[in-house]
Design a protein around this ligand. Structure first.
Ligand SMILES: CC(C)(COP(=O)(O)OP(=O)(O)OC[C@H]1O[C@@H](n2cnc3c(N)ncnc32)[C@H](O)[C@@H]1OP(=O)(O)O)[C@@H](O)C(=O)NCCC(=O)NCCS
Length: 158
């Protein structure tokens, strides 16, 4: 992975972004579950996972599950008390940077609550059936996100 630890000053506090390690998984899963996002496939699907930290505390996360030239953008989460400070946008931008470096051209996601957040980051609603086949085969698509979830996609610039 290309990610180096990055230090971010979002005005309220200092955060760092880094690749997740195995010992981060319980905190990341707890954050996902308390925010209503799937966590049961996090270990088995082996996404590229990044975490945002305030000191040693994990306050955000996001992941990419790659399928050839497309990837599922998943598990984007910020702890409730820090939402609205720009951290979610920063996590998405970092994942897009990592995807670009890995020659991934299209990112696809499913969301039940954050359509407007992702629209602001340039994602557009697509029909779930038009998502790349590999992404449709992911556990999140097949088993974990309800059919009512909104499917969105973004083509990354070269
Ligand atoms: C979605 C989420 C990650 C956004 O994180 P955040 O740190 O609050 O977002 P930011 O502060 O970076 O917001 C970026 C912009 O999106 C807007 N925004 C954030 N959440 C939004 C929401 N749910 N609906 C509409 N707009 C939203 C912000 O107002 C901000 O607008 P601006 O561009 O005018 O400044 C966070 O709300 C969250 O963890 N939600 C629960 C988990 C979830 O649904 N994840 C997505 C599924 S993968």
């Amino acid at each position: 992975m290309l990610l180096l630890e990055r230090h971010l000053d979002l005005g309220l506090a200092l955060f760092s972004l880094r690749a997740a390690s195995e010992k981060d998984m319980p905190s990341v899963c707890a954050l996902l579950e308390s925010s209503g996002l799937p966590a049961s496939d996090l270990l088995s699907s082996k996404p590229i996972l990044i975490v945002a930290c305030e000191g040693t505390r994990i306050v955000g996360a996001g992941g990419l599950e790659s399928f050839g030239s497309a990837a599922l953008l998943r598990s984007v989460v910020v702890t409730p008390e820090l939402r609205g400070s720009g951290l979610g946008r920063t996590i998405v931008r970092e994942l897009e940077r990592i995807a670009g470096g890995a020659r991934i051209g299209q990112l696809v996601l499913l969301t039940q609550t954050a359509q407007h957040f992702f629209e602001r980051q340039g994602y557009r609603v697509i029909n779930r059936d038009n998502a790349p086949r590999g992404v449709q085969g992911s556990e999140e698509f097949r088993l974990l996100c309800p059919a009512s979830a909104t499917c969105m996609a973004k083509t990354l610039a070269d």
